[in-house]
Design a protein around this ligand. Structure first.
Ligand code: SAH
Length: 263
């Protein structure tokens, strides 16, 4: 088959966060497929067809991209951040697995991008210096009980936790519940980062305590990445500037001791 499919990560925002490799894959494409606002971020190139779709129809969009590639097109499917993190790459492979056997002969590549968690961490300092994990709070694709079970386990194991998809109009209460759960396991002073629209002109980073974060949960939105510190995560205060948030690399306490966050 002559068609190809590149699954491309656009990074968190502005074009300077796009890797040269991802940019080359976008330039080589005859057809771009993706959620409308992400397609709008792709630099214009004459003669390139853009196929915008709604945010929720990921596997349908992936099938469409595979069909275009099977017709011989050079297709690029775009995702914000990294396409493998809560995004299109898994949807494409789901569609590939269930789809036409001939699609497996297509040339398929994944172009990584800077995921929101890493962009936010870099703005804050080095909160991911120790062990960490990422959890999507969206219960569109998994039951809420699974989210809370994973969150409880991660809190008890003293991971730094990045929360993707913290809140939306259809899911207004999940972040509040998640932070309340965190407050039952971690210390009240634990640093929590609300990083909004990182890498975009309206970027905003707030460093709160866990207690403040519980009260401020409603102020997050779909463009926010929330990061809950581990017991060792700390602040370096700086006059007139945001504090630096970091997690030292060395760990001396066991998770049993640190899961209380107060030892
Ligand atoms: N593939 C994307 C994540 C998709 S899930 C990535 O790798 O970043 C969508 C969630 O990602 C949003 O709800 C938000 O929590 C986070 N996110 C994406 N872009 C962001 C940005 N620029 N700043 C802060 N959070 C962002």
């Amino acid at each position: 088959m002559s068609g190809s499919l590149a699954i491309v990560g656009l990074g968190p925002g502005e074009a300077r966060y796009l890797t040269p490799s991802a940019l080359a894959a976008l330039e080589a494409a005859s057809d771009l497929v993706g959620y409308g606002p992400y397609l709008d971020r792709v630099p214009e190139r004459a003669g390139q067809a853009k196929h915008a779709s709604d945010n929720r129809v990921e596997v349908e969009r992936a099938r469409h991209a595979l069909m275009l590639a099977a017709e011989g097109k050079a297709v690029a499917v775009v995702s914000g951040g990294d396409p493998g993190v809560f995004a299109m790459a898994a949807a494409v492979f789901e569609a590939l697995e269930a789809g036409e056997p001939s699609w497996r002969r297509l040339q398929i590549t994944v172009e990584p991008g800077i995921t929101a968690m890493l962009a936010a961490a870099a703005k804050a300092g080095a909160p991911l210096g120790g062990d960490f994990c990422a959890i999507s709070l969206s219960d569109n694709l998994k039951p809420w009980e699974v989210v809370t079970a994973r969150l409880s386990a991660a809190l008890s194991a003293d991971f730094v936790i990045a929360l993707y998809n913290p809140i939306s109009k259809a899911r207004p209460w999940q972040l509040g519940k998640a932070l309340e759960l965190a407050a039952t396991i971690r210390a009240a002073e634990t640093p929590v980062i609300f990083a909004r629209a990182v890498g975009r002109p309206d970027e905003n980073l707030r460093v709160l305590t866990l207690t403040e974060a519980v009260a401020a949960a409603d102020s997050a939105d779909m463009a926010t990445l929330v990061m809950i510190g581990a017991s060792a995560t700390r602040l370096i205060a700086r006059e007139g500037r945001n504090p630096i948030v970091y997690t030292p690399r060395s760990v001396t306490k066991s998770p049993c001791a640190t899961s209380q966050g107060r030892t």
